[in-house]
Ligand binder design. Structure first.
Ligand SMILES: Cc1ncc(C[n+]2csc(CCOP(=O)(O)OP(=O)(O)O)c2C)c(N)n1
Ligand SMILES: [Mg+2]
Length: 348
């Protein structure tokens, strides 16, 4: 790796010259490694689901990774993150141990939630992830409550609330955006516009398709950002997060992303007939992972050998997580009614 001894060097070129936030080469390498881990982790999940190692449901974030990474990169220990059911990238970006994340997916007692949550219901208090939520739009209510608590207790923290474009017409989202605007809560509503709610395109579920406008009527700033490019997300997220920290007011973000895989891993529910192969191919040209790879090479931040090594390292971490999950015991049936309410104690 050619970054050795160049920690403070910033990664600048024509792409970054106008940006307010320019990461160092070292930061970019670490973010690339995280993105690679998330990608390889989810590729494994897809296979494991088909081998019946993962039960329940499984929604992958493949193609959307730059968004979660770019925002979470700027967080502090007092901040909190909540998201919808497509939640693997959030916890991995926050630093949850991939072994415990995989074990949760495999339904094992060593999982983040002792195997009771599965893919859609991660929770990792130690890493500030206060839940993935399966009910479309539901996360917004809980996240607004968290932001209220942050303000009430004067913790100085902010909340990131991720949800999909399909949630933008849910009543609760509008009820709580009104509350957040009224009470000036430190929350960033991040709408992941990946063009579809399952197989329904935005034009068929929303009367106003410029979704950024939908957050602008509650008295706080609202903005559309391109979230396929990590450098751009890092820059936008820094400015947005700084604004929320300084003013204490909420922010609404419409993040343009694209998922390269089906809605859910149960293929039968996603024949892909709602979009063309050409459309997917067109968006794949904007793959945040391969574009970052190219950038690192162009900038002389990494060599082909570095990329190969990091890929092997990511695959090894995923293989170790899968082995850990495979070898972990199932939860004991006596635990079925444990940890449902206030007696929740994280297992580590
Ligand atoms: C209240 C509610 N209605 C319906 C569903 C079924 N459902 C699961 S995912 C989904 C689509 C959501 O799409 P979007 O919010 O765009 O998120 P994406 O899957 O694209 O990330 C629907 C309708 C649900 N989980 N909750
Ligand atoms: Mg969507």
């Amino acid at each position: 790796m050619r970054t050795t001894g160049k920690r403070a060097r910033t990664a600048t070129n024509s792409h970054t010259a106008q940006r307010a936030y320019i990461p160092t080469a070292q930061e970019l390498v670490e973010l690339y490694q995280q993105m690679l881990l998330i990608r390889r982790f989810e590729e494994h999940c897809d296979k494991a689901y088909r081998q019946d190692k993962i039960g329940g449901y499984l929604h992958l974030y493949i193609g959307e990774e730059a968004l979660a990474l770019g925002f979470i990169h700027h967080l502090r220990p007092e901040d909190r993150v909540l998201g919808h059911y497509r939640d693997h990238a959030y916890v991995l970006a926050l630093g949850s141990d991939p072994r415990f994340v995989m074990a949760e997916l495999y339904g094992k007692v060593t999982g983040l939630c002792r195997g009771k949550g599965g893919s859609m219901h991660f929770y990792d208090k130690a890493h500030n992830f206060l839940g993935g939520y399966a009910i479309v739009g539901g996360v917004a209510g809980i996240a607004t409550g968290v932001a209220f608590a942050q303000k009430y207790h004067e913790t100085g923290g902010i909340t990131l609330c991720f949800f999909g474009d399909g949630a933008i017409n849910a009543g609760i989202v509008h009820e709580v955006m009104n509350m957040a605007g009224l009470w000036k809560l430190p929350i960033i509503f991040i709408l992941e516009n990946n063009k579809y709610a399952m197989g329904t395109p935005v034009e068929l579920h929303s009367a106003v398709t410029d979704l950024a406008q939908r957050g602008s009527v509650y008295g706080f700033p609202s903005k559309r950002i391109d979230a396929m490019d990590l450098l751009n997300v890092l820059d936008e997220a820094k400015q947005i997060i700084d604004h929320v920290r300084t003013t204490g007011e909420p922010y609404f973000v419409e993040a343009i992303v694209y998922r390269f895989v089906g809605h859910g891993a149960a293929d039968i529910t996603d024949p892909g007939s709602y979009r063309t192969r050409e459309e997917v191919e067109e968006w794949r040209k904007r793959d945040p992972l391969t574009n970052l790879q190219r950038y690192l090479l162009e900038q002389g931040i990494a060599t082909e050998a570095d990329l190969k090594l990091w890929d092997e390292e990511a695959r090894a971490k995923v293989a170790a997580a899968a082995q850990f999950a495979d070898e972990s015991p199932d939860p004991d049936p006596s635990e079925l009614y444990m940890h449902l309410f206030t007696d929740w104690v994280p297992h580590r």
